[in-house]
Design a protein around this ligand. Structure first.
Ligand code: SF4
Length: 472
């Protein structure tokens, strides 16, 4: 008999429900009753069987039991006291995140750079608005590419459009659902009002000046704003870490580079996707706790392998602030964190604490808890103009965050840019950045001139926007 788990897609914080069926292989089944997505899934959700590759606990390349790996990790953490960082982007349950917060309070990194933002914006950034409010909006302004980055939101935007909403996009490419397409450099032409709803996103690689700028634009116009996020439980992780001193990804990279951090513990987070390889190479110890194999589990000194997310017991909080229960029974992740912290983490106690933090008595995916939505003062932003003739723009999407191979191994560019370079149809394009050069296939699209869009990492990126030189 097949085991069937009612679960949530980890591809982004949209909170799409689905079933995973274990039947020799893994299969995905649609869960029509799921309130965030009514059963629909994007390409990434359908690719989950490829993501959930089994992983084994290891110490220095030798297979061991989970407890042994956790004990070994505890020893290494204690030996490296004062120079250990704990990284979790928000790919795990609220209960594990709470336990993780206790283990790693000396240096907790969710990757998000909240320190660069005024405190009064924390809640607005952490908890988005219900999707039903997106469908009811009169004017939607997109600072994302919904098709690539958060595909299930497209249905909500189209539903608003059907009811007469105007859609404006501020992006490097014309979006098919937009009535008005502005380029990011022309954001000063954007007209917002009290009827506008701004949709932006927030993640460890966000440019904080841009985040402040969209917050200011919305505030000054009396518009609403909601931030989408890329990790299954980003919202939960941010709400639960509200009072913790969180380090940003930039700070972590700096601390590893200057030798202040020598041991890195990663919970359900692949640092290889966001931290340069030369920085990771400076660590003396890399400990990875995860439920699936990835490139980083091959490089880690210690791998603590627990059940994959769909087999876990626990709570995720989606972008709307909706609390959703995972359908599994597994608590091996919590047990391992307990071994490292030297305490026994009781699931029930942590679950009560999660409910108390969000002010609910039970986890009910059909009722969105009432969150405080305090006002904030418009932050001062100094967005730097891009001083590069040509830029490669990374369109962070679920495949990219997880390093899962996808078939779109090309860049998208404007026809005029391709003509100016005399590119040959079905030929390739040379892209150079800081001494590295790559050759890629290209696709023509309604993209801003001299901008290349990529939904895949090529290894030459310097964040979201990389100045490049291009040639035939
Ligand atoms: S929109 Fe996000 S949560 Fe939904 S299926 Fe796609 S990746 Fe998964």
């Amino acid at each position: 008999m097949a085991n069937v788990y009612s679960t949530i897609c980890p591809g982004c914080n949209f909170g799409c429900g689905l079933y995973i069926r274990e039947n020799g292989n893994l299969d995905v089944d649609f869960r029509k009753s799921s309130p965030a997505n009514s059963g629909k899934l994007c390409r990434f959700g359908m690719s989950l069987p490829r993501l959930y590759t089994p992983v084994r606990s290891m110490v220095d390349g030798k297979e061991v039991e989970l407890t042994e790996a956790a004990k070994d990790a505890a020893k290494r953490i204690s030996a490296s006291k004062g120079s250990v960082a704990f990284l979790s982007f928000g790919n795990t349950t609220c209960e594990e995140h709470l336990a993780f917060g206790k283990l790693g309070e000396a240096y907790l990194c969710t990757g998000a750079d909240f320190e660069a933002l005024p405190k009064d914006t924390y809640q607005t950034i952490s908890v988005g608005i219900p999707y039903s409010e997106i469908e009811a909006a009169k004017h939607i302004v997109l600072f994302i590419d919904p098709y690539e980055q958060y595909p299930l939101i497209v249905r909500r935007i189209l539903s608003a459009k059907k009811k007469g909403a105007k859609i404006t996009s501020v992006w490097w490419k014309d979006l098919p659902l937009a009535d008005e397409n502005l380029r990011p450099a022309d954001v000063s032409k954007l007209k917002l009002s009290g009827d506008s709803l701004v949709i932006a996103d927030f993640h460890p690689l966000s440019d904080m000046e841009n985040v402040k700028n969209v917050l200011s634009l919305a505030k000054n116009a009396g518009a609403r704003i909601t931030f989408l996020k890329p990790f299954a439980n980003s919202t939960g992780a941010y709400i639960l870490s509200k009072d913790a001193k969180q380090k940003s990804l930039v700070q972590l990279v700096e601390d590893i580079n200057k030798g202040a951090i020598k041991t890195l513990f990663c919970l359900e987070s692949d640092p290889g996707e966001m931290i340069p390889a030369e920085t990771l190479g400076k660590l003396t110890t890399l400990i990875v706790q995860t439920g699936m194999a990835s490139a980083i589990t091959k490089k880690a000194h210690v791998v603590i392998a627990h059940e994959p997310l769909y087999k876990k017991k626990g709570t995720l909080i989606n972008n709307e602030g909706r609390a959703q229960s995972l359908g599994g029974e597994g608590t091996r992740g919590l047990d391992a964190l307990g071994v490292m912290a030297g305490v026994k983490f009781e699931f029930g106690v942590l679950n009560e604490s999660v409910k108390k933090t969000i002010g609910i008595n039970s986890i009910d995916e059909f009722t969105i808890p009432k969150y405080d939505r305090p006002g904030y003062a418009a932050p001062q932003a100094s967005v730097k103009p891009v001083d590069a003739k040509t830029a490669l723009v990374s369109v962070f999407n679920p495949f990219m965050w997880f390093g899962l191979p996808d078939d779109n191994d090309f860049v998208e560019m404007n026809l005029n840019t391709a003509r100016a370079l005399k590119l040959l149809k079905s030929g390739t394009l040379k892209i150079r950045s800081n001494g590295s050069a790559i050759e890629k296939r290209f696709k023509i699209g309604p993209v801003q001139e001299n901008v290349l869009l990529t939904g895949r990492k090529f290894g030459i990126e310097k964040g979201m926007l990389t100045p490049v030189e291009i040639s035939r």
